[in-house]
Design a protein around this ligand. Sequence first.
Ligand code: SF4
Length: 423
Amino acid sequence: MQIKELPDVTVILDKQGAGHYQKVSYPIRYGRFSEVLTPDYLLQYDLNREIKFIQGRNRNWPHPAEWLKRTLGNDWVYYFSGGYTSLFDSLGEYYLPCLPYPSNSLWNRDPFQENQVRQGIEQALDRIPDRLSRIAAANRLDPATRSFLEGIGTQGRKRLREKARTLFSVLQTRVTVLPPDSRHVDYEVLPLIIADGCLYQCGFCRIKTGRAFAPRSRKAILEQIAGIKALLGPEIRNYSSLFLGQHDALNCSPDLIEFAACQAYQHFGFADSFLRDPCLFFFGSADSFLNCPDSLFRRLQGLPYKTYINLGLESVDQATLDLLQKPLEARKAKAAFQRSLEINREFSDIEITVNFVLNHGLPENHWTSLQDLTRAGLKHYYPKGAVYLSPLSRSNKQKQLQVFQKMKRLSRLPMYLYLIQRL
Ligand code: SF4
């Protein structure tokens, strides 16, 4: 680490953050990064000198322990500490990610309407890079500090937007939704699309592509790996987790899943990452889960990842599935849930989690059948195999939160709300 004091600015190069993801109720940073402190802002830059975090330092900033993070997709996410609300109980996390695009959050907070937050982004993208370039030109600096300050000046708003577009073009799509389990690594995953489309084309779903399920070729997967590696450059060492997209990667052959996970581990260099404990995340469906052989789980257990597979079951009540226009039989959804319990008990490094819908006006049997599964069907509390309730709409938020709380109190599995976040 190297510290340089300059007029009105302190620069700290090569700072080392935590080496593994933790759930803490204060700002924490991970991996390797550099920092610029101005009287008003703490700005943190990744290894490509791209702005990654903004935290206000003066009294105008909404809260001293809240910050903004820029994602690989060039979205800003505001981390809200929750005030007096019980965020951890609802989300399993101490912070609520507030998103600048429509999602399904049941909280009203919209920090992007606040001047201080908008100004923070504007300062970090436009004014501060100019100021740092001027400081670099006007002062005698060591080569590392000069190169860092000049580098920030080249990573302006336009360049960051272009880089995100390049990522989408490498993936040949945008990741419209990440699995809820990726919260365990603060959604910091490298994406790799191994299949497009999905099996059901459900009527209620807002993120479906409308395409039939189609796995990608090994060649296409290797091309994505090469493209992402080139795009991230040295910053790749700040990642150790992988998302296999899109909506039902579990429907791919076990060979393809294992191939993608192993190739990514090797070529992204996860063994040399600044972050320990690599994780693998992907989605599955009732059919893909029921059809996949036990041998897949033995193979996943042998990989150097902790694997999370999230199944979109939505309901085990047939009337609710019909209402959602999801072409799935309730008996299959129930069978998938039962199998998830078995896999979770048998494999220490695999966690199957399940999603059910949360909305007002659903048939009463949606809730009674869900209670039967998550309480009556279990002898005692199990800490593994989270159940996520996904709000379908943002109306009647308080009522939805009450229903969630009631279901959570009765559940013998961990239960959280699912906040839809893209990459
Ligand atoms: S909920 Fe899942 S399976 Fe249904 S349309 Fe959406 S992505 Fe496809």
